[in-house]
Ligand binder design. Structure first.
Ligand SMILES: Cc1cc2nc3c(=O)[nH]c(=O)nc-3n(C[C@H](O)[C@H](O)[C@H](O)COP(=O)(O)OP(=O)(O)OC[C@H]3O[C@@H](n4cnc5c(N)ncnc54)[C@H](O)[C@@H]3O)c2cc1C
Length: 337
């Protein structure tokens, strides 16, 4: 495949609506494509999705290939893999990106094994650069960047000799750009011939658990770590979050200690967030925690240890016992509100 072709994004939809991570990826893909002097092609399988394709154009896709079939309304691996493989073979993109959702994590490896190409899972950054190996210099290679060895190193992975270069990217990591309502692009309908053998599984019923925690959608997050001390004391974190109208977050250590449920975990193996305000209380600021919150617009850290690494990313730091600081914080806020 050529290194001159487009950057492709698998556009995932849920109940006919494009999921956020796909728009984040289209946004990032348009940056990569600009660097490469090419454009972005989205691939949107589903049913009744043509209208939604316009949305991907607003976020930077020049073309959206729609594969509309009522049997594609919900993700199942075999037909979706067939769709993606055929579209990739036809368009020969140099890069293909998938959200690291349950769907993307299932689909990406199937395509990689069918096309015999590489795939880097759970990237936290993507860049374009040069790669030299022995006497060869490869230009415009996708740097697939992700934490490795338990987050102790940040690895840059390349696959310079096999195309397309493919990666899954975690939700919330790439910044979604502002939609451009006036953006123009092409919506292409593509027919794929399916046989009964392409649908070995049938979805009989879909059960969706309602989300009780909305970390990604919250502008204010108050997060507690193991330094909070106990499940009871974690109510302080909840009180502050409630007072500020924000959501409750937590470090993995606080989750593992049973202070709060896993859905609240922020970081490499939790949710990635970028709220307007992030208040980290009793959190040391390990690299794995920072991977999920360092892009927040404003960070306040409350920690009794002045040397805690969280202060390296905090815009404001309060050195003190959170059990003293938080009640004062709440009191002061209520007095001003
Ligand atoms: C593969 C892998 C993935 C991981 N993924 C994640 C992840 O997604 N998210 C995550 O958070 N971690 C993750 N971790 C764990 C991570 O390495 C740290 O262990 C964890 O973030 C530490 O949590 P913590 O900051 O609450 O605890 P600690 O590091 O123990 O820090 C507690 C802090 O509280 C402060 N403190 C104590 N008492 C008080 C007080 N009374 N008032 C104020 N401050 C006080 C201390 O000074 C200290 O800085 C992962 C680890 C691995 C290996």
């Amino acid at each position: 495949m050529s290194t001159k072709n487009n950057v492709m994004v698998f556009i995932q939809q849920d109940e006919g609506k494009i999921v956020d991570v796909s728009l984040e990826l289209v946004s990032k893909a348009s940056e990569l494509a600009a660097r490469l002097g090419v454009s972005v092609t989205g691939v949107l399988p589903g049913h009744g999705i043509e209208k939604e394709a316009q949305k991907a154009i607003q976020y930077g896709a020049a073309e959206v290939v729609c594969i509309d079939d009522k049997r594609l309304a919900y993700y199942t691996p075999v037909p979706y893999a067939k769709v993606m493989t055929q579209v990739i073979k036809k368009y020969q993109p140099q890069i293909v990106l998938y959200g690291a959702t349950t769907t993307g994590r299932d689909l990406g490896p199937r395509i990689a094994s069918s096309l015999k190409v590489g795939l880097t899972a759970d990237c936290t950054d993507l860049q374009i650069g040069e790669y030299s190996y022995k006497d060869k210099v490869f230009e415009n290679i996708l740097y697939q960047i992700r934490p490795a060895f338990g987050g102790n190193i940040v690895a840059t992975i390349v696959s310079p000799e096999r195309f397309p270069q493919m990666a899954t990217v975690r939700e919330g990591v790439m910044k979604m750009r502002e939609p451009d309502d006036a953006a123009k692009g092409t919506i292409t309908k593509m027919d794929i011939e399916f046989g009964d053998q392409d649908f070995p599984t049938e979805i009989i019923k879909r059960v969706k658990e309602a989300k009780s925690v909305n970390l990604k959608g919250s502008h204010i997050i108050v997060a507690g770590g193991i330094g909070v001390g106990s499940k009871d004391d974690f109510n302080l974190i909840k009180d502050l979050a409630h007072t500020l109208g924000g959501e409750v977050g937590a470090s993995r250590a606080a989750v593992d200690a049973g202070f709060v449920a896993k859905e609240h975990q922020i970081g490499q193996t939790g949710t990635t967030v970028r709220p307007k305000l992030y208040i980290a209380c009793g959190i040391s600021g390990s690299i794995q925690h920072r991977a999920g919150m360092a892009e927040s617009s404003r960070i306040i850290a409350i920690n009794s240890d002045p040397e805690a690494p969280i202060f390296q990313v905090a815009h404001y730091g309060i050195v003190g016992d959170l059990k003293d600081v938080i009640p004062k914080f709440i009191k002061a806020y209520k007095a001003k509100a």
